[in-house]
Each structure stands twice: as C-alpha cells, then as structure tokens.
Design a protein around this ligand. Structure first.
Ligand code: IVH
Length: 714
C-alpha cells in the first residue's frame, strides 16, 4: 500500500481502521530500524503511548473522523468480546487498535473530549441476569508487551515510595472471565461478573453449577488452629476452562455437528452466560482467586499479596498455584521470563504475567487511576504469528450440509507445529476478511491451539487478484446452496448429497458412536463412490459382494467388515442415538436420551411432534427394519427416570457433584433453575431462592433422606 493511499480517507470504517493500523505500524517501524515488524509492534505499550506516534500529516478533520471510527470499532470489538463471547480479532490486534486510539487522543485532546469516549473496562453485562453493584469497583490492568515498560514501572514506583528495590509478586495472567465472589461469615453468597466495573451480572447459580468452588471457607487450619473468617469478603478471581476440558467439550460439540469454540475463554464466557446450562459443561469451569475487592472488617485483611495467597489456601480456596517473587527491576524481568518458560506446562490458558507490588501498605500508598491500579501491571505475551501464502480456498461440506471455507496455506511453523490450513468459518466471514488465493496472510495460533487468520497483507496482493466468489452450488452435488434468515452459514439442502453422506457415515462409524473398526474415511469413500451405501441403514444391508465390488480387498477383508457390522447391531442404544448426528445431540445428551426413552422406537415416537426431526425418524425406522437391536441402558430407576430435579442449599452428606451423579445415573436430569417442568427440588441447609420459586410454582420439595430413598428405589 502506498503511503498516500494509506493517508486517504476511505468511506468504509473497516478500511479506515485497517489503514490506521498499517500507518501506525509503519511509523513504529520508522522509529525502530533494524527490527522485525512483530518486535517493533511489541516494543510499544499502551502505557507509553504518546502523541509522537501520530502523524503530523493528519488534519484535525481527518483525525476526528478517525477517532470516531476507531472508537466505534473498539466498541464493536468490546461488545463481541464481552457480550457475545465471540471475538473476531486477536487480543494483540485489539490492543493495537486501542493503542492507536490512545495515541490519537493524546495528540488531539480537545477532539478526544468532544467525541464520546469508550470505557476502559468494557461491559460484559448481558441483560439476562439480575445485576449487582460491586462493593469495590472491579478495575482493569495497564498492560505492556515491552521489557522497558516493566523496568519503567518499577522505577516509577520505587521513586514514588522512596525505596531502592521493591518486592513484587509475579503471577500468571489467567485468560478467562473475571469474577467477584462474596463470602459472608465463610458462606458463599454471590458470584458476579465484572460488568462495567461498577456493577455486573449475578451469575451465582451458574457458577455453583459449573465450577468446583467451595461453598464454605474452612474455619480451622490443617493443624487445628482457628482460621478467622471475615464478616464479608469480596474475592476477585478468574473463571477459566483448562486445556483438557476445552478439548473434551469441543470434541463433544464437533461430534454433535456444532461449531467448536476457538478459545477456552470463549467457552468459559459462553457457558457462564447461559440461562439453561448445557449438561456437558457441568463442573467444566475452574476458578483461581488472585485478589480482594472489599473486606469487612478491614483488620481481617492480610498484609501482602503473598500473605493473601497463603490465607486463601488456608480457607480452602483455589488460588494461584505457582507465583514468582522478585526484588528490583532485574529480578522482576527474570521472574517474568521464568514464568514464560513455565507457561507451556500450565494446564490453563494464560496470556501474560501480572506483576504486583507485594506489600498492601505500599499498594494503598500508590493507589489507582480511574481504570487500573498503579501498583500492578500486566506483561502480555505477543502471540506467535507468521505470514504465509494462501495457495487456495476450498469449501468443505459438513454432515449437516454446512459449507465451510478453508484456506489452504503454504505450510508454516507456528508454536512448534506446522500449519497448512485455517478455517475461514463461513461465507460471511470470508467476505468480511476478503481473503483471496494468492494473498499473504498473518496466521496466529488462537489460544495456542487453533490457527486463525488475523489479517491480510494487501501490499503483497497480486495485481490481477479478484475477490473470492463463494460457490452458489454445493461443490459435491451441485445443488444450489441456501442460507437461513439471520444465519451466517450457507448449507447444501440436498439430504442425499454424497459429501454429507460421507461425513454422516464417518461420524456413525467413529469411536464416539458405533466404533466400526475398518470403516475409516477410505472405506466410507469407497462405499459411497461405488453407490453401495446411500443411507446409514444401508450399512446393515451390505453383502459380501458389495464390499468386494467396492474395491475393499478380498473375501477375508469383506468377512471382517461384515463381522464388525453384525456385532454392532446390538451396540448400546446411546451409540446409535449419537450416531444419528442430530444437531445439538452429543454423547452426553445421547446417553440421557437413551436412559429417558430406553429404545429407538420410543425415541422416534417422542420425536413425532417435531417436523425438523422427521429425517432422523426415517433413519430410525430403517435401522430397525434392517434388524438393529440396540442394547438399552441398565435398568433406570423408575422414581427418577426422565425426571428433572433441581438442587438447592447444602445437603448433609452428598456434595452437589455426588447428588448430580447419582440422579443422572438413575436416569434423572439435574437442572440449574426451577420451572413448571421441574419434577422436584431437593433442598439442603441455607437454600437459595430456588426453594421459594419451587413453593410459588407448587413444585414438590424433598430433603436428602427422601432423595436417597428414591435413589434406593423405595
Ligand atoms: S489482578 C485491580 N491478577 O486480567 C485489578 N488480574 O486484563 C486486579 N487477570 O482484570 C487484577 N489473571 O480479570 C489480576 N493473576 C491475575 C490475573 C488477573 C488474570 C485478569 C483480570 C484483570 C484482567 C486485566
């Protein structure tokens, strides 16, 4: 891109923002000769942004338009990140946008005051929950990507406090969702999101259902000494999903034909905001506490960050398992590097290190700005990024007919693995990014996991390049594609589409469903291409000559494949239900449906009222006609089978997790909220509002003893 064209006003806001970013990066490069672009970009921090970064060539009129455009863009990304839990750009790109905005504001303070501001903290209130006003505001953190800024941070504080080398604690920066949890006299009473920093969503019920979190603080230490409990304490921490849980839940989503989450943070934020909690997500979230909002009486406050960590451990709370301590700037930088080296071994996602003055007295002395404490700073790790060529764009057809464009890339090494493909999500997203074959794109590993294209280098775009034209027909069966109103996705509506059939068969044969050994993609492809299998039930009608004619080896292979199929006729019922590939029905839901209905015929009868499930009912009918006899789950308890139960309060002997497991094993379902559909509420000590709701709706309420009797079949 020519400098002149970058400086020109462009009618599309996205183009304008793009140009500003290019311009900002160019200026950064000019000021940091001899460095690569990523290093140069990383060497400027939000805390050191100055008017010097803004070109004098911008007239006030242009600056004002850019300021407004940037603010709107930042606000849009804030909403995508905080309210929708579906960010479109990486944190790094977002931080660059914000930095650019701050530079413009610094250069034109009058204009900045005259244009509506963007909140520093963002706003994650959804309107779905009651809101609660924090006793102390939930602030944000200043952040940097540069060592020099960390040193400057220590120098500034040392000067202010008149000390030579200050003591710091360095903690992982958890990449999740901030939460404030209040304990009153040791009892958990409330969990609230950050919201706008002043008030947030009351997500107590969801946190209790989704997290392993103690409801009571331990009043006695391990050695038997008393462990004083404050009257009321508002603890600050982060809700997050570990990599292991992320992989488990995403595998379930994919198996259920749903789009997997791009990052554990989106999963955590998405799950916690739901009114109806997905069962799969039960106990999927973890929490780590790292700070205090308010404490009454103040005399109960520990004296330092290290003492706070020890106190939280003594209360039995999940805290920050590994912290580093440092005195002075050199040790501080060494500690941050030590954390960066340990990072690949963390079970949870992190995006940096948080550096805090250890002494609470010193923290109080330096205080805070309107949006962040002055005693802490976040050092963020710049994501690993690489530029590579888009060799082509292919369009894949999923088993529900969804068309997914994929960028085929010249392979690059990123975060230790080779990346050769990246999803472009859907037609709308591809059009938004305007990625074309022949483009050079920046690829980042989102959350160190899934490669994502985060930008296009238009300067290297070939002169003859034209926008990619998304196919109007299915690439597999040539049926015109359709888009449902309000949906970004485009699908092939042909239920007999061979590409969809292949994906459906692969799913049915996969380990997560019927586990048909030998029926991998190559076998499936041969069966579909030869026309021997046109539907799922056709698998159960295969004869030896079908397999040999499809080119699947000799008699022996055919016998082996037929034996596998024959053995699967009596597979567990849930495997068949999962294998049907009904949208939203993963393995966990399939197991619940199997317990609830006990047979394919009963399930089909239940689905009779739902026209959208008609094709699946037809498959069930054919499977039964082809002689499958699924094994029903072991006898469900008639007292609980198909019942919806809500738990509230602390039960005398069972933990919530144990009660849930027992109810589910007996065929029941545990729900997080009381409605007319609830069969009964199990209430323990200090029940929440659910008890009152149950009474108001006339839902029967029982105690733990009665639950145990029902579980025993009495
Ligand atoms: S301390 C007054 N410590 O990062 C601010 N925050 O981007 C207290 N975060 O708002 C925050 N890990 O949601 C702190 N070890 C840690 C953290 C941490 C993650 C989050 C937190 C914060 C955000 C700023």
């Amino acid at each position: 891109m020519q400098l002149r064209s970058i400086l020109q006003w462009h009618p599309r806001p996205r183009e304008r923002v793009q140009r500003l970013l290019v311009l900002g990066t160019l200026l950064l490069l000019l000021g940091t000769t001899g460095r690569c672009a990523t290093d140069a970009a990383a060497s400027v921090s939000s805390t050191t942004t100055t008017a010097a970064n803004v070109p004098a060539a911008l007239t006030p009129e242009v600056a004002q338009r850019e300021l407004a455009a940037l603010r709107a863009e930042v606000a849009r990304h804030d909403a995508l990140y905080h309210q929708k839990a579906a960010p479109e750009i990486s944190d790094f790109a977002y931080d660059q946008l914000k930095r650019r905005l701050r530079a413009l504001e610094a250069a034109w303070p009058k204009l900045a005051r005259a244009t509506p501001a963007v909140s520093e903290v963002g706003d994650d209130r959804t309107g779905l929950f009651q809101t609660y006003r924090h006793r102390a505001p939930m602030l944000s953190l200043d952040k940097t990507y540069a060592e020099a800024d960390l040193r400057a941070f220590q120098t500034r504080l040392a000067k202010q406090l008149g000390a030579a080398a200050l003591a710091f604690v360095v903690e992982p920066k958890f990449d999740g969702l901030a939460v404030s949890v209040t304990y009153e006299r040791g009892q958990l009473v409330r969990a609230v999101t950050r919201g706008n920093g002043v008030e947030g969503d009351d997500i107590t019920a969801n946190v209790l259902a989704l997290c392993r979190l103690p409801r009571r603080l331990r009043a006695t230490c391990d050695d038997g000494t008393p462990n004083p409990l404050p009257e009321r304490i508002e603890l600050r921490g982060e809700l997050f999903v570990t990599f292991a849980e992320f992989q488990r839940l995403n595998a379930e989503r994919e198996a259920a034909g749903e789009t997997p989450f791009a990052h554990p943070r989106n999963l955590a934020a998405g799950a916690i905001r739901q009114r109806e909690l997905p069962r799969e997500a039960t106990r999927a979230l973890s929490v780590a506490f790292y700070g205090i909002g308010a404490c009454e009486p103040a005399s109960a406050l520990p004296l330092s960050q290290q003492a706070l960590h020890a106190q939280m451990r003594a209360w039995g709370l999940p805290g920050v398992a590994q912290v580093w301590t440092a005195r002075g700037a050199d040790e501080l930088w060494a500690a941050v590097q030590a954390l960066a080296r340990a990072r690949p071994g963390f079970a949870f996602p992190t995006d940096g290190a948080v550096i805090k003055l250890d002494s609470f007295a010193q923290q109080r002395e330096v205080g805070e700005s309107d949006h962040a404490p002055r005693w802490a700073i976040a050092y963020k790790f710049a994501p690993e990024r690489a530029e590579t060529l888009v060799r082509g764009i292919t369009v894949q057809v999923g088993r529900t007919g969804m068309l997914t464009p994929v960028a085929e890339l010249a392979p690059v090494t990123l975060g230790g693995s080779t990346v050769a493909r990246a999803t472009l999500h859907n037609r709308a997203e591809l059009a938004r990014l305007d990625i074309r074959p022949g483009d050079f794109v920046s690829v980042e590993k989102a959350g160190e996991i899934i490669p994502a294209i985060v930008g296009v280098n238009r300067a290297h775009r070939p002169a003859d390049s034209a926008p990619y034209v998304f196919p109007a027909v299915c690439p597999a069966c040539r049926t015109p594609v359709v888009a449902r109103a309000g949906e970004a996705a485009v699908r092939c509506p042909n239920a007999d589409c061979p590409a969809q059939l292949r994906r459906r068969l692969e799913h049915f044969a996969s380990k997560a469903c019927l586990a048909l050994e030998g029926f991998g993609p190559a076998t499936v492809d041969a069966l579909v291409t030869s026309g021997r299998v046109k539907t799922l039930p056709d698998l159960y009608r295969l004869q030896r000559n079908d397999l040999t004619a499809a080119g699947l080896g000799g008699e022996k292979t055919a016998e082996r494949l037929l034996a596998t199929i024959a053995a699967s006729r009596r597979a567990e019922l849930w495997r068949f239900i999962h294998g049907l590939g009904v949208p939203q029905v993963g393995a966990t839901s399939a197991k619940a449906l199997a317990r609830q209905h006990g047979s394919l015929a009963a399930l089909a009868a239940e689905w009779a009222e739902k026209p959208e499930l008609a094709p699946h009912r037809a498959v069930i009918a054919e499977l039964l006609a082809a002689g499958v006899e699924p094994t029903p789950p072991s006898a469900a308890n008639a007292n609980l089978a198909g019942k919806t139960v809500v738990l509230t309060g602390t039960l005398p002997s069972l933990t919530r997790a144990q009660a849930t497991a027992k109810i589910e094993a007996a065929g029941g379902k545990v729900s997080g909220s009381v409605s007319r559909k609830t069969d009964f509420v199990v209430a323990g000590a200090e029940p929440g509002a659910k008890l009152a709701q149950a009474r108001a709706l006339g839902v029967p309420v029982i105690d733990e003893d009665e639950l145990l009797q029902l579980l025993a079949g009495e």
